[in-house]
Ligand binder design. Structure first.
Ligand SMILES: Cc1cc2nc3c(=O)[nH]c(=O)nc-3n(C[C@H](O)[C@H](O)[C@H](O)COP(=O)(O)O)c2cc1C
Length: 338
């Protein structure tokens, strides 16, 4: 048996397989099941900036400080008071989960602006969360705001958070950045303890009969992992922060690729939703088998060994690969058959 343990966010984990934020981690019973099925840690579903701002407005109203109006945009959201248990229920979940399981419990905040809602991180810390994952899910719809301004906003957000709490902070990043390597280094300088690549964006679909925009959530496919492997392999060795991969991790082979690229942890949600939580034990036993077969004594030993800096020919990660891949495609004869 190889040593599957890893260190992430300063926490000792039994293996690199972690349940990422989703309704799977929304109840203590589920979290216990995830622990029983060998997930090494859990990330709770996110509380959203919009929920927390709404909560603080309600408190202001109760205190007679006046909360003129809730933001108009609030009507687009699900019931903000109860979504993902709501702010109070969420703290209760952290406390109860910490009493019930031994694996680390990572709380999650989702937002983009540097405001009062971030104070909630302190309450999460006091409730016992082992770390916080900050999900920066931003959609840059305002043409007046450029990339530099937005990106500085993300860095300021992290700095504020790091200043207000002592537990480690992971930043879950968007894949839609012009210069992910530069952003990762800046997050590193702002003392991110981990960088998680990448958020999945849930683009709405078009209903062409009703002419309406419809929300859609499709579970991930393993092909989505490639983008994450690519950037993890590039970042490995350039940042002090731990790297984690979320998006497209479905099998033991996927977990192995994540570690080889340089990730300390591989997060899983879609595969657990699709196959049940027992899938995790299967993935870990396959991981063990692979390590034995390839004579690795530990997961840590293999971490980053296929990163950009470690492979003999890193050009596959760069622009030259683009032409090489295109030119390697040969038209199949039947493409022209009627
Ligand atoms: C139903 C559902 C709910 C999710 N809720 C959250 C959330 O609250 N916060 C968050 O950061 N990510 C959330 N995610 C994203 C997952 O944590 C994960 O990053 C994403 O599904 C990609 O991983 P996968 O390929 O293993 O599914 C959710 C995903 C699903 C499918």
């Amino acid at each position: 048996m190889s040593d599957l343990s890893t260190r992430y966010l300063g926490l000792n984990l039994k293996s690199p397989l972690v349940a990422s934020a989703s309704p799977l981690c929304e109840s203590v019973d589920n979290i216990k099941k995830l622990e029983d099925h060998q997930l090494a840690a859990v990330v709770l579903p996110s509380l959203f900036e919009e929920q927390l701002e709404l909560e603080s407005m309600a408190v202001d109203a109760d205190l007679g400080r006046g909360a003129d109006s809730f933001p108009e945009s609030a009507s687009f959201f699900p019931d903000l008071k109860t979504y993902n248990l709501g702010p109070d229920g969420y703290l209760e979940l952290i406390r109860h989960a910490k009493e019930s399981v031994r694996i680390p419990v990572i709380a999650s905040l989702n937002g983009v602006s540097n405001g009062g809602w971030l104070q909630y991180a302190k309450l999460m810390e006091e409730a016992g969360a082992d770390a916080i994952e900050l999900n920066i899910y931003s959609i840059a719809t305002d043409p007046a705001i450029g990339a530099a301004e937005l990106e500085q906003g993300y860095i300021d957000l992290l700095r504020y958070l790091k200043h207000s709490i002592r537990i480690p902070v992971a930043v879950k990043l968007s894949p839609f950045l012009s210069a992910p390597a530069n952003m990762a280094v800046r997050f590193d300088e702002a003392r991110a303890d981990a960088i998680v690549l990448f958020n999945r964006f849930y683009q709405p679909d078009f209903d062409i009969e009703q002419l309406e925009i419809t929300p859609s959530l499709a579970l991930s496919r393993p092909e989505e992992l490639l983008l994450r492997l690519h950037w993890t392999a590039i970042l490995y060795g350039h940042v002090r922060a731990d790297l984690g991969i979320t998006g497209g991790v479905h099998s033991a082979q996927d977990v192995i690729k994540c570690i080889l690229a340089g990730a300390r942890v591989a997060f899983m949600t879609s595969a657990l939703l699709r196959n049940g939580v027992q899938h995790a034990a299967h993935v870990l036993s396959e991981l063990n088998r692979w390590l034995d077969e390839h004579e690795y004594s530990s997961v840590q030993q293999m971490c980053g060994s296929m990163s950009h800096g470690a492979v003999p020919d890193p050009s596959a990660f760069e622009r030259g690969n683009y032409m090489k891949v295109l030119s390697s495609y040969s038209l199949r004869a039947n493409a022209f058959n009627d």
